[in-house]
Design a binder for this molecule. Structure first.
Ligand code: COA
Length: 252
């Protein structure tokens, strides 16, 4: 049996997603079950849940472990597919979505003042820093939902790593990336890149989030779904990383 958009909307409400919320959504749709109207239907359900005064934000990431100053990313806002799943792919193609121009960590945003959240993302110092959509959501009462995925998909942990200057997190040399914008203009911008390959466990702090009431867990369809208050969550992660910048790193 599949899940109607109405049933999924009720699940999201029960979880605590409200009209007017600004929410970053990380998804594994196959965990939800068969969804009415597929990935587009799921995007529509999130957009309806936050309403016309809210903001639905989808990660449309394109960075890879191959990226470096010697192999700089090429990012075309209209053409470059993301690897973050069918839901973000469906979202970024909707006519009312705006995708940011960051060459590795773009987001597609639908809703009130969406442009304000994406504007200038390509100029940030590091991909997830305080001026990026991830940092801005933390500062402005945003929420995160992890649909069928655990904290290892919770990008805002990278925001914490960037706030705390974790020594393993960034490559030393910026890459001069090529970005093609909505007007089809091509520009080259130096961009700092994440360093891939350090094994981290972002689930380590889940008990703390639950204990402090910044995370709640429920079901959306058949998927375990986590909802988090972004700002308080980020404060907790940063506090641990300030004490030990390697706190999240898995020791062999
Ligand atoms: C990689 C990842 C996207 C894979 O998840 P997934 O569930 O296998 O795939 P998607 O979310 O793309 O959803 C596609 C699935 O939706 C399911 N689905 C549910 N209802 C559907 C419908 N009506 N029509 C079509 N597909 C449907 C199908 O199983 C489909 O799988 P298929 O294409 O193999 O048939 C997921 O594991 C993940 O990591 N998500 C989070 C990504 C992220 O935000 N990362 C941040 C990194 S810091």
């Amino acid at each position: 049996m599949g899940f109607s958009q109405k049933a999924l909307l009720q699940d999201l409400r029960d979880l605590g997603l409200k009209e007017g919320d600004k929410v970053l959504v990380h998804t594994s749709l196959s965990k939800v079950g068969l969804v009415e109207d597929g990935p587009e239907g799921f995007v529509h359900t999130i957009v309806e849940a936050v309403g016309e005064n809210g903001l639905a934000v989808f990660p449309t990431f394109t960075g890879t472990s191959e990226d470096s100053a010697l192999k700089p990313p090429y990012f075309d806002v209209l053409e470059t597919p993301s690897w973050t799943g069918k839901v973000p792919e469906a979202a970024r193609k909707l006519p009312n979505a705006i995708r940011s121009l960051h060459p590795t960590h773009s987001v597609a945003v639908i809703g009130k003042d969406a442009k304000n959240l994406v504007d200038g993302h390509e100029f940030v110092d590091t991909p997830c820093d305080k001026n990026s959509p991830f940092g801005i959501l933390a500062e402005t009462g945003g929420k995160i939902i992890l649909v069928g995925v655990c904290h290892n998909s919770n990008t805002t942990f990278h925001t914490a790593e960037e706030y705390a200057n974790c020594p393993y997190h960034m490559l030393d040399d910026p890459a001069v990336c090529t970005i093609v914008d909505y007007q089809r203009n091509e520009k080259k911008l130096p961009t700092k890149l994440h360093r891939w390959g350090t094994n981290r466990d972002f689930n380590r702090l889940e008990d703390v989030f639950l204990e402090k009431g910044v995370e709640k867990v429920g079901l959306v369809g058949k998927a375990t779904c986590r909802i988090l208050e972004t700002g308080p969550m980020l404060d907790i992660i940063v506090s641990y990383l300030k004490k030990d910048p390697y706190y999240l790193v898995v020791k062999d």
